[in-house]
Ligand binder design. Structure first.
Ligand SMILES: C[S@@+](CC[C@H](N)C(=O)[O-])C[C@H]1O[C@@H](n2cnc3c(N)ncnc32)[C@H](O)[C@@H]1O
Length: 233
C-alpha cells in the first residue's frame, strides 16, 4: 500500500473515542483478556522491540496514548514517568503511578511538554487510534532529546484488505508494515522494525461465543509491527 497521509475529521475521532471508552469499560470480560497477566504481557511486548525490560531505568519516559493499564504503569524503574491520554480523566480503571510522575489529559497532536525533554517515548497501539497520527509523530520527535529513542507499535494489515478497513471502526487509520515504517522514517531514524502475527489467546471452550469470533478472524489477518527509532544526536 503506498504511504498516504491520513487525518480524520474530529467528529470521526470523537466517535472512536466513545468506542474506546466502551471497550475499556468491559475489556476484562472479553475472551482474550480474561486471564491476562498484565505485567508479564508488557515484559513480552518490550522484548519485541529488541529491548530488555531494564531499558527504562533512570530515564524520563513518556507514554503517549497510555490507556488505563498501559506500559508506563509498570515501568516503575524509570526516573520519571509521564502519561498522556485524551481519555485519562474518563478511565475508571486507571492505575496509579508512584514516584516522579506527571499525568496529562492532552492530545498527542499537541503535547504540553518542552522540546528535547524526554529520553524515551512509548506509543503502543495508539497512533492508529488518533486524529492525526503524523502530527502526533511530529510532536514525539519534538519532545525527544537528541539521541533519545521511541518504541512504537501499531497493528498492521495486508494491503489486500484495504476495501474492508471501514469495518474496523476502532482503527480510523490502517497501516501495512512498510507504510508504517515509511511514516516514521520521515521523522526519526528507524533502527529496528519487526512484524509478528498477532495471536489472541482465547480461553478453551469459548471459541463459539460471538465475542470470540472477532479475535479469531483478527488472528488470521492482524499483525503487530514493533518499531524502534531514534532522534539524530
Ligand atoms: C487502543 S488504546 C491503547 C492504550 C495503551 N497504549 C495500551 O496498549 O494498553 C489507544 C489509546 O490512545 C488514546 N488516544 C487516541 N487518540 C489520542 C490522541 N489524539 N491523543 C492522546 N491519546 C489518544 C485513546 O484514548 C486510548 O487510550
Amino acid at each position: 500500500m503506498p504511504y498516504k497521509r491520513s487525518r480524520i475529521t474530529i467528529d470521526r475521532w470523537r466517535s472512536v473515542q466513545r468506542l474506546e471508552l466502551e471497550f475499556w469499560s468491559r475489556w476484562t470480560t472479553l475472551p482474550p483478556f480474561q486471564n491476562l497477566d498484565i505485567p508479564k504481557y508488557w515484559r513480552q511486548e518490550v522484548a519485541h522491540f529488541g529491548e530488555a525490560w531494564g531499558c527504562f531505568r533512570g530515564l524520563r519516559v513518556l507514554d503517549v496514548g497510555c490507556g488505563p493499564v498501559g506500559l508506563i504503569h509498570f515501568a516503575d524503574h524509570a526516573a520519571e514517568r509521564i502519561r498522556v491520554d485524551s481519555l485519562l480523566p474518563q478511565y475508571r480503571e486507571k492505575l496509579t503511578l508512584g514516584g516522579r510522575q506527571l499525568s496529562l489529559s492532552a492530545m498527542a497532536e499537541s503535547l504540553p511538554l518542552a522540546a528535547r525533554s524526554i529520553d524515551l517515548v512509548v506509543c503502543y497501539n495508539a497512533l492508529d487510534h488518533m486524529w492525526d497520527p503524523e502530527a502526533a509523530l511530529d510532536e514525539m520527535a519534538r519532545v525527544l532529546r537528541p539521541g533519545g529513542a521511541a518504541l512504537l507499535m501499531v497493528h498492521t494489515f495486508p494491503a489486500g484488505l484495504r476495501p474492508l478497513f471501514w469495518i474496523d471502526r476502532m482503527h480510523p487509520h490502517h497501516y501495512t508494515a512498510p507504510s508504517f515504517s515509511l511514516m516514521v522514517r520521515s521523522r526519526l531514524q528507524v533502527e529496528r522494525c519487526k512484524t509478528v502475527k498477532r495471536h489472541f489467546e482465547l480461553p478453551a471452550g469459548k471459541w463459539w461465543i460471538p465475542s470470540s469470533w472477532k479475535y479469531r478472524v483478527g488472528g488470521l489477518v492482524v499483525s503487530s509491527t514493533y518499531l524502534r527509532a531514534t532522534k539524530a544526536a
